[in-house]
Design a protein around this ligand. Structure first.
Ligand SMILES: NC(=O)C1=CN([C@@H]2O[C@H](COP(=O)(O)OP(=O)(O)OC[C@H]3O[C@@H](n4cnc5c(N)ncnc54)[C@H](OP(=O)(O)O)[C@@H]3O)[C@@H](O)[C@H]2O)C=CC1
Ligand SMILES: CC(=O)N[C@@H](CCC(=O)OP(=O)(O)O)C(=O)O
Length: 346
């Protein structure tokens, strides 16, 4: 059986990556590809890397054009998914790469996004405990933000195993594609090349409530997260460095063994998580183009802190790959279909 899929936002970075992955998915046929200002143009003009789809024409994004598909991927700016999703058939699987349906707390939504909360859909991070049960058979899925994917997967086993205090500190570097392809002065080559800059410092980034939501769910208590994103001079990739104090009951002797055992247990059999051997550290250059997440853990005994580092490709596991993985789970297809585990390097 071939699943017929449509991609809205096909002229953008996330939409382009969805189409790259979906063309290699053996169970999928690609239907409508839609855009906004680029509607009417050949896909090959905005996504020249997608040779197999170069002659497709981008249609205008509407419920009519997206209707009649088994699966609709939405890769649109925040706020655009909610009205469109309401007009799509209940029995179509809608996978939203935007933020509209990620947060459970309406007050958090209003505070960080400034509009009315549209609701909450099942959260598309299959590796979280219990998530696959919620995603199997779902017809609406909210894919996480790219930073929340990297940070949650770096840290959550330390919280489920009750090894870390509920007060995490995170610094994460992202490539510029995380900001989308719309023209913005701070993303000009001359601003970004050879320079790194923090932004959203002091709890202001809109991924902070999403991180709190995910880690609190794992911990079973409220986890606060001090999150500092930085923009790095690279097109893709996120390197997240996360730390938290060890709980008082964790003995310094053997703490690292305990932490590693918790991560090994959490990630045993996970097709896309690679807990690296001791002494090896995650790097964005090793995961580009793949749905793989590299993870490593350490313990700093003098500071009594746990340090967890992850690397992802923001456009693959951080968006499009995560979205395809969720489709596979929802439709009961083998979870790895269409998803590379090998990166492109150098
Ligand atoms: N980039 C990333 O790493 C990640 C992105 N996401 C999320 O995925 C979504 C897409 O992001 P990204 O691809 O980076 O963004 P882009 O800016 O690259 O692409 C946006 C897409 O949406 C279309 N669009 C713009 N305005 C409208 C509108 N008013 N109505 C309908 N369509 C519109 C654009 O069409 P056109 O170009 O024709 O105007 C384009 O196809 C966002 O919600 C983003 O937050 C999530 C995780 C990571
Ligand atoms: C480098 C950069 O600007 N990154 C984006 C994060 C993109 C992302 O994960 O996506 P959502 O917009 O879907 O939440 C930012 O900080 O806003």
């Amino acid at each position: 059986m071939t699943v017929r899929v449509a991609v809205a936002g096909a002229s953008g970075y996330a939409g382009g990556e969805l189409l790259r992955l979906l063309t290699s998915h053996p169970g999928v046929g690609i239907g409508a590809v839609t855009a906004h200002s680029s509607a009417g143009r050949p896909l090959g003009e905005t996504q020249p890397q997608l040779a197999a789809l170069a002659d497709r024409t981008l249609e205008r994004t509407s419920a009519e054009v997206l209707g009649g598909h088994d699966v609709v991927f939405l890769a649109l700016p925040h706020g655009e998914s909610a009205p469109l999703a309401r007009a799509l058939a209940d029995d179509a699987l809608v996978v939203d790469c935007g933020a509209d349906f990620r947060l459970r707390d309406a007050a958090d939504w209003v505070r960080f996004y400034g509009t009315e909360h549209a609701g909450t859909w099942p959260y598309g991070l299959p590796e979280l405990p219990g998530a696959r049960d919620e995603l199997r058979g779902a017809r609406r899925i909210a894919v996480p933000g790219c930073y929340p994917t990297a940070v949650t997967l770096a840290l959550f086993p330390a919280y489920t195993a009750r090894l870390a205090e509920p007060d995490a500190v995170v610094t994460a570097a992202s490539g510029t594609s995380g900001a989308g392809r719309a023209v913005k002065p701070h993303l000009l080559g001359s601003e970004v090349m050879g320079s790194m800059t923090p932004y959203g410092v002091g709890g202001g980034h809109r991924h902070t409530p999403e991180l709190t939501q995910n880690l609190s769910r794992a911990a079973g208590e409220r986890v606060t997260v001090s999150f500092t994103p930085t923009l790095a001079p690279m097109p893709r990739g996120i390197l997240a460095t996360c730390s938290a104090r060890l709980r008082p009951g964790v003995a310094e002797d053997g703490a690292l063994d305990e932490v590693r055992a918790a991560f090994e247990a959490a990630y045993a059999g996970e097709p896309f998580i690679r807990l690296l051997p001791p002494g090896h550290w995650p790097s964005t250059g090793s995961v580009i183009g793949s749905n793989t997440v590299q993870v490593q853990v350490a313990v700093d005994p003098a500071a009594r802190r746990l340090i967890c580092v992850s690397a992802i490709d923001n456009l693959v596991k951080g968006t499009a790959g995560g979205a395809v993985q969720c489709m596979n789970v929802a439709l009961d297809l083998p979870e790895h279909l269409g998803l590379p585990v090998n990166g492109v390097a150098p």
